[in-house]
Each structure stands twice: as structure tokens, then as C-alpha cells.
Design a protein around this ligand. Structure first.
Ligand SMILES: O=c1[nH]c(=O)c2[nH]c(=O)[nH]c2[nH]1
Length: 306
């Protein structure tokens, strides 16, 4: 008897693939007080004998996309991330050789590069994202008086240790575990207003002032042992006011770019503060103005429109 060819299909399945896109994995490797960071967005696309899941809904050949995500995290722990290419080769080989229905795996990786923040504090666990910031300036003149506000946005920084968050209010909706050693990461958005209002006063060296203000923001971030992002924010602003006499006021808007430890216990692996999931939203948003004592606050509260 001839094999049943199944129902005639007027609509035939063409190319198909599936997987988990943009798994954000941050791998910290600790070499004593010197930390190394790898930060990747990994997208896995698998294809092979996948007709049935489309035609009949049978999942018998389907490795869940959730498993693809878990594999990325588990491999980051077990094998480390020497390079994006090596990590991708490892993953692609795993999917094709361990699952007979999967014939092809494509792994696309975006790597976000970090540089160390040079500073005089202890440890080497402070990083700034390469590509860096956009500089901003706003100048206002009414015929007699000047107001200059400078600033920056998208200056992304990360401390892989020396950050805690504990002792906060707990109500019946609080589930956040206290953290004694967490990653602290943010994209700095800042505006600072100069005391200079007119030509009779010496004009600040704008280029030097920008470079130094940025340097102080970075150094304060790197050198503060953080009990909260609020405390770090205050230290960043205060350091600018303390060191840059030309600046009267600074406003900082700091998104708390949460990095959650991945639970690797289900795979029999211990996560010793090594593998993190970098969440993009929602994020905490911590904002404040720091003023030279006696000066007036004039920078708008909402920095998005300045
Ligand atoms: O530094 C922090 N400040 C907070 O106010 C806060 N809230 C939260 O959930 N995590 C954090 N972290």
C-alpha cells in the first residue's frame, strides 16, 4: 500500500526559522580586584524539520526558545566568553549536534564594548561604554545677561562591584531581595549651569570645563562605594561643584540599568556573581539637582526637553 501523502495542501510552508532574539548577557570574570566584562546581545535562529509544528501544531521537534536563552546564560558561565565568534561557534555547534531535528543554527551577536575608567580609587571594576556620549550646550542671551548650560547624554557606565542596596522600606508589595554586591550601571544624562552671566566676568574655558566636568563625573562614579544610586548621584554632582568653581548648578538624571543575576541552579551551575541578565525596561530613574550653596536652581526638572 502506498504511504498516505497526507492532505493536499494549497498553502505550502516555505523557509522558516525560530529562536530567541537579543538575549542580553553580561559576563564578569574576576581576577582578584581586577574585573573583566563581556556584554553581548545574542540572537539564535534555528531551522530543520519544523514542518509539523506549523502544519499540525506538534511540538515534538521544537526546542523551546526559552531553552535557547538559558543555553546562552549557561554557556557564558561554563565556558566563559573569550570572543563573540568563539561563543557563537560554541552555541551553534551545540544546537545542531545535540538536537537531530535542528539542521542549521545561526547565531548573531552584538558586542557592546567597555573601557576601564582610570581613577585613583581601589579596584579595577569601573567601566565606561565605548562610543561614549553626546555633548550638549544651550546658550541664552537677553541683550544684557547670558546663561550657559552645558551637558551630556548617553554616557554609559558600570561598576561590577562596590554597590549595595539594603535597608529600604518594605511593604506588602515589596519582593526585591536586599543586595550586598550588585552591578551598578547607568547612562548619565547631565546638565550644568555656569555662574558666568556677562562679558565683564572672565569667560570660562568651555573645552577644558567640559572635559574636566566629565572626568569628575566618571571618577566620582568609579570611586564611590555605593549604597544606592541616589548616593552615587549626589557624589557625582557634589564632586563637580567642589572641583569646578565655574559651575553653580548641576542636574543629573540617572536610569538604573538593572542587571539581574541569572539563576543557573536548574542547570546544576553556581552563579558566583558572574552571569547577569541586562534588563532594558522598566528601569529605576533617579534624578536630582546639586547646587552651589546659596545659588538658585534654574535648570528645568525634566531634562528631556533641554
Ligand atoms: O539604588 C537604588 N535606589 C533605589 O531607589 C532603588 N529601588 C530599587 O528597586 N532598586 C534601587 N536601587
Amino acid at each position: 500500500m502506498a504511504v498516505d501523502p497526507g492532505p493536499a495542501r494549497p498553502a505550502v510552508l516555505g523557509q522558516n526559522q525560530y529562536g530567541k532574539a537579543e538575549t542580553r548577557v553580561v559576563r564578569i570574570t574576576r581576577d582578584g580586584a581586577t574585573h573583566h566584562i563581556k556584554d553581548l546581545g545574542v540572537s539564535v535562529s534555528l531551522s530543520g524539520d519544523m514542518d509539523e509544528v506549523h502544519y499540525s501544531g506538534s511540538n515534538a521537534n521544537v526546542l523551546p526558545t526559552d531553552t535557547a536563552k538559558n543555553t546562552v546564560y549557561a554557556f557564558a558561565k561554563e565556558y566563559g566568553i573569550a570572543s563573540a565568534e568563539q561563543f557563537g561557534i560554541h552555541l551553534a555547534r551545540h544546537f545542531v549536534t545535540s538536537q537531530p531535528p535542528i539542521h542549521r543554527a545561526r547565531v548573531r551577536i552584538e558586542e557592546y564594548a567597555w573601557e576601564r575608567i582610570e581613577h585613583s580609587g581601589r579596584g579595577a571594576h569601573s567601566f565606561v561604554r565605548r562610543g561614549q556620549e553626546t555633548r550638549l550646550a544651550q546658550i541664552t542671551y537677553d541683550g544684557s545677561s547670558w546663561e550657559v548650560v552645558s551637558g551630556l547624554k548617553d554616557l554609559t557606565v558600570l561598576n561590577s562591584t562596590d554597590s549595595e542596596f539594603r535597608g529600604y522600606v518594605k511593604d506588602k508589595y515589596t519582593t526585591l531581595p536586599e543586595a550586598r554586591d550588585r552591578i551598578l550601571a547607568t547612562s548619565v544624562r547631565a546638565r550644568w549651569r555656569f555662574g558666568w552671566t556677562g562679558e565683564e566676568q572672565p569667560v570660562p574655558d568651555w573645552e577644558e570645563s567640559y572635559a574636566e566636568t566629565k572626568r569628575h563625573l566618571l571618577q566620582a562614579f568609579a570611586e564611590t562605594y555605593s549604597l544606592s544610586l541616589q548616593q552615587t548621584l549626589y557624589r557625582m554632582g557634589a564632586r563637580v561643584i567642589e572641583h569646578r568653581g565655574e559651575v553653580d548648578e548641576i542636574r543629573l538624571s540617572l536610569p538604573n540599568r538593572h542587571h539581574f543575576l541569572v539563576d543557573l541552579e536548574p542547570f546544576g551551575l553556581k552563579n558566583d556573581n558572574e552571569v547577569y541578565f541586562a534588563a532594558d525596561r522598566p528601569y529605576g530613574l533617579i534624578e536630582a539637582t546639586i547646587l552651589r550653596d546659596g545659588r538658585e536652581a534654574r535648570i528645568p526638572v525634566d531634562l528631556t526637553h533641554l
